[in-house]
Ligand binder design. Structure first.
Ligand SMILES: [Zn+2]
Ligand SMILES: [Zn+2]
Length: 606
């Protein structure tokens, strides 16, 4: 054991450094000698010589892995300490679980620095601040009315455990406030993760209204304001941090709660390397820091429900009555048309864009298909274009541009609903932010328009084309459809009605919507996912590399291993027991160093 000293200001002696080279083949700490006069500690950004060139890196802590020749840390680059030991433990967990270089995890977890914002910053500023249990809403307003609610309040006060919460549509914001209030009352701090930044989710707005300047909104914004807010959070300025994915890494001390709003929303998953899922990172962080994790959604994901966590559920039905009707002639059930006639404020969910799909060429009579790629041609905004390649619609057989249409899609719905309704019916424009209908207005919208917009109080919510639930891309298509429907149907609370058009009323997905409870649907989904070889809870990776990749991955006993070849590279999609991910990651790092692995994508959208 070497003597890596530590003083109030930092470390000296041999230290491990994570060099800012985000490559799996270099994903290990490098040992440098840290002179005490440099004044660096854990989380400091320093300059080190690496392969003969000055590079940046982060100090990880004392090291007893001594190389033959140890180079020295040159200098500290920033007065800011970007993480402490506890957050480093979280970064290491992310690096291991998603087989991502630690350097890329750190680079994603802290915002890009701007030296101009760091004036006067002292790393001893970090981790301070006070919590004031006084002021703001009292806890225990909403949760005691839920099954499992009292238990979750006690857990939050104690700071231990994880829950899946299903707020009713009326309580979505209030439940978040209640959980945060309970955390603050215990003298601890909270992180609230929301899936989207624009428009600001109603949950975020409600928390800001309730807690005022005790809460930081860490959502979107420019580089400068993001970095400034991050420094203020690190300085202990806020008791609550509300933000999208990266907020799960926010430098919050004395963490008591991580609350994930709309847990099943796909935006909680990071789509760029390093890939991670906010839900899993939130669960890991709360375990590591002795905090409570609440996964909240009207329709939780199959992954969340498979965790076997205690549930916080409505004790009584507070769900709109949902009527199931078969789509009638022209895709409209008579009961729906009749309901529209008395609707003043409503929302019609129509998942398909456009006016309809070209069926037949009017010039030559052949079935319609794109002249460039053979794809489907759709009429939208007065023009026909290919759904696949985007080319203007021309017949593959004769080049003709006039087609017989099968009508269906939001534009068509806008037209017929407009004839049935006593108030204007509108579609939201492509760049128009999602919103609830105004007074005396019916909106027609698709999946992108269903967001956390707050209580709806609508007269009618209609769900069209429920039969297309499977057609959304990906393995979780049905679950995603159900979550969207449930979020939209919630807008009919407290007095409105909901009508869903479906050909098969007995389908578990339709029944889940009627009941306002996805439990039985989830057991159906889990069976489907098992049968597809990608069971819920498995760790899934897409690995790209050389031809011997398959033979290298077999020994990890994947429940599924699909191999394909693309542009001369071998691509393996595999599902693993999460217990095996650690050894799998070690092997992939070796293979990357040998040049046999080029790219690893964790939890790809399937
Ligand atoms: Zn095409
Ligand atoms: Zn033709």
């Amino acid at each position: 054991m070497t003597s890596a000293g530590s003083s109030a200001d930092g470390l000296s002696g041999p230290v491990g450094v994570c060099v800012d080279r985000p490559l799996l083949s270099l994903d290990r700490p490098f040992t440098y000698d840290l002179p005490s006069e440099v004044g660096a500690g854990v989380g400091a950004l320093v300059q080190v010589p690496f392969h003969g060139r000055p590079s940046r890196g982060w100090v990880l802590g004392p090291s007893d892995d001594l190389p033959k020749r140890m180079l020295a840390v040159k200098k500290v680059v920033s007065p800011v300490r970007f993480f402490d030991e506890r957050r480093l433990a979280l970064f290491r967990w992310v690096s291991e679980r998603y087989v991502a270089p630690l350097a890329s995890v750190i680079a994603r977890a802290v915002p890009p620095r701007l030296a101009s914002e760091e004036g006067g910053w002292d790393h001893r500023d970090g981790g301070g601040g006070t919590t004031s249990p006084e002021g703001g809403p009292r806890p225990g307003i909403v949760l005691p009315g839920y099954r499992g609610g009292e238990r979750s309040l006690e857990a939050i006060a104690r700071g231990d455990g994880a829950f899946v919460a299903r707020p009713t549509p009326d309580d979505e914001q209030a439940l978040a406030i209640d959980a945060v209030a309970a955390c603050l009352a215990g003298g601890r701090r909270a992180i609230v993760l929301v899936p989207e930044a624009v428009p600001v989710p109603a949950t975020a707005t409600a928390l800001l209204d309730a807690f005022g300047d005790r809460a930081a909104l860490f959502l979107g914004g420019g580089k400068r304001s993001r970095y400034r807010t991050w420094l203020e959070i690190a300085g202990g300025r806020y008791e609550i941090v509300i933000g999208t994915r990266p907020a799960v890494f926010a430098p919050v001390d004395r963490l008591g709660l991580i609350y994930l709003a709309r847990e099943s929303h796909p935006a909680h998953r990071e789509d760029r390397a390093p890939y991670y899922h906010g839900r899993d990172v939130a669960l890991a962080r709360s375990r590591l820091e002795g905090a409570v994790c609440v996964l909240a959604a009207a329709c939780p994901s199959a992954e969340a429900s498979a965790l076997g966590l205690p549930a916080v559920e409505p004790a009584v039905r507070r769900w709109p009555p949902v009527e199931v009707v078969r789509p009638g002639p022209g895709g409209r059930a008579p009961r729906l048309v009749k309901a529209l006639a008395t609707t003043r404020r409503g929302f019609v969910f129509s998942p398909l864009p456009g006016y309809g799909v070209a069926q037949v060429c009017r010039t030559c009579g052949e079935p319609a298909a794109c002249a460039s790629c053979g794809g489907i041609l759709r009429a939208a905004a007065g023009a026909v274009a290919c759904v696949v390649c985007g080319a203007p619609g021309r017949c593959r057989s004769c080049g003709g541009t006039s087609f017989g249409l099968r009508r269906g899609g939001a534009e068509d719905v806008e037209e017929w609903a407009g004839r049935a309704a006593p108030v204007p019916v509108r579609r939201l424009g492509e760049n128009e932010p999602a919103r609830l209908p105004a007074a005396d207005e019916i909106l027609v919208g698709g999946p992108d328009d269903v967001r956390d917009l707050g209580g709806g109080d609508l007269d009618l919510v209609a769900i069209l084309d429920a039969d297309l639930a499977d057609r959304r891309p990906g393995l979780a298509a049905r679950e995603r459809s159900l979550a969207t429907w449930m979020e939209a149907v919630g807008w009919a609370r407290p007095r409105g009605r909901a009508i869903v058009q479906a050909s098969n009323p007995g389908d578990p997905i339709v029944q889940a919507l009627v009941r306002g409870n996805p439990d039985r649907f989830h057991s159906d989904e889990m069976r489907r996912r098992r049968e597809a070889g990608l069971p819920v809870g498995a760790a899934v990776f897409r690995v790209t590399g050389t031809a011997d990749l398959e033979a290298e991955l077999r020994p990890f006993h994947p429940s599924t291993l699909l191999v394909s070849v693309s542009e001369g590279r071998t691509v393996c999609l595999l599902a693993l027991d999460p217990e095996r991910v650690s050894e799998f990651g070690t092997r992939l790092r070796e293979l990357a160093a040998d040049g046999a692995v080029e790219r690893v994508e964790a939890e790809p959208h399937l």
